[in-house]
Design a protein around this ligand. Structure first.
Ligand SMILES: Nc1ncnc2c1ncn2[C@@H]1O[C@H](COP(=O)(O)OP(=O)(O)OP(=O)(O)O)[C@@H](O)[C@H]1O
Ligand SMILES: [Mg+2]
Length: 322
């Protein structure tokens, strides 16, 4: 769906982005992470031509974006700007409607689209349409930023630190809400963040950058378990133990286990991609000796006892420590 080929951007003798390549399938999410100044924003902006590459190219649906009309590109790629980037003198309605207006949608169609998006994002239109950004909380502004990117129904969404301006707690909640947003499902997403946890939570593919270069590109687990170099290892080291546990799911640990439905205690429904540690927390929190977890995988129900999950957790840890 999106392919970057050897993207490079120089400013004089300084190379901000150096030979970045990746391929992203439809409905997948790529997170670009790395320290401040490593070239994340520049890479993202080259994807939608806000910045022209010095070398290399970006292909979307088999076409080089360099040759496409800008309007067409804006229609296909929504962009959530670092620090929300809402226009302060525009109302919420005007902010969200920017791209549809640019695309000359009729006023009535824009209005109903904006209303529908606000509903989906949990912001009652009657209350928010006429507000200005300074009258909104940080989390609300961030949702308006996402609504604006989604307005013209683009299949691709580019997001630059969408949760960057939020405090850690609001940030976590925003991330959770984010996964529930209907209009975001099935989108192809490139997300820029400096937060590894965020990257692991939201992306199928992680690109870790340093000094303009991709140090490693791969699924989250690959970066953790097979770091390409010392920089990757060290960058992840700090949060590694937490992240490992997040990347281990029920289905990953119990591929075979099928049991009869338990007759004792309550049953907790957990999807098979639930992180193991989360499943343990949830079951533990229910406080029931006989609490069981259920996953549904290919139509089969699988039941776990809390003790089994602990056992698996300890085994996984000891495997990693060896
Ligand atoms: N117009 C420009 N002229 C010269 N240098 C630039 C220009 N734009 C960006 N740079 C430099 O290119 C490098 C990459 O910048 P970029 O904005 O892509 O970093 P980033 O990874 O997004 O950082 P942050 O996490 O702080 O947002 C930085 O060193 C920056 O100073
Ligand atoms: Mg940036």
């Amino acid at each position: 769906m999106i392919e970057a080929r050897q993207l490079t951007r120089r400013y004089g003798s300084f190379t901000a982005v150096d030979g970045v390549s990746f391929q992203l399938g439809k409905g997948q999410a790529l997170a670009l992470i790395g320290p401040s100044g490593c070239g994340k924003t520049t890479t993202l902006k080259m994807v939608n031509r806000l910045i022209r590459p010095t070398e290399g190219s970006v292909w979307v649906g088999g076409m080089d974006v360099a040759g496409q009309p800008l309007e067409e590109l804006r229609r296909r790629m929504g962009y959530v700007i670092q620090d929300t980037g809402l226009f302060p003198h525009y109302t919420v309605e005007e902010n969200i409607g920017v791209v549809p207006k640019l695309l000359r949608w009729p006023a009535g169609k824009i209005r109903s689209r904006v209303g529908a998006l606000l509903e989906q994002l949990g912001l009652p239109p009657g209350q928010f349409l006429d507000k200005y950004p300074h009258q909104l909380s940080g989390g609300q502004q961030q949702r308006i930023g996402i609504a604006r990117a989604l307005a013209a129904e683009p299949p691709i969404i580019l997001m630059d630190e969408p949760f960057g301006a939020l405090d850690p707690l609001t940030r976590q909640q925003a991330r959770r809400d984010f996964r529930e947003i209907e209009a975001l499902k099935n989108k192809t997403i490139i997300l820029v963040t400096h937060d590894i946890e965020e990257a692991f939570e939201m992306a199928n593919l992680i690109g870790l950058m340093k000094d303009g270069r991709l140090q490693q590109l791969g699924p989250p687990r690959q970066l953790l378990l097979e770091p390409a170099n010392d920089f990757v290892r060290e960058f992840l080291a700090e949060k590694a133990s937490q992240l490992e546990l997040q990347s281990v799911t029920l289905a990953g640990v119990f591929p075979q286990l099928i049991r009869e439905a338990p007759t004792l205690g309550p049953v907790l429904e957990l999807p098979s991609n639930t992180p193991l540690l989360y499943a343990i927390h949830r079951l533990g929190k229910e406080g029931e000796r006989y609490a069981h977890g259920v996953t549904q995988l290919a139509g089969e129900r699988r039941y776990f006892h809390l003790d089994e999950l602990f056992q698996a957790y300890k085994q996984t840890l000891s495997q990693w420590n060896n």
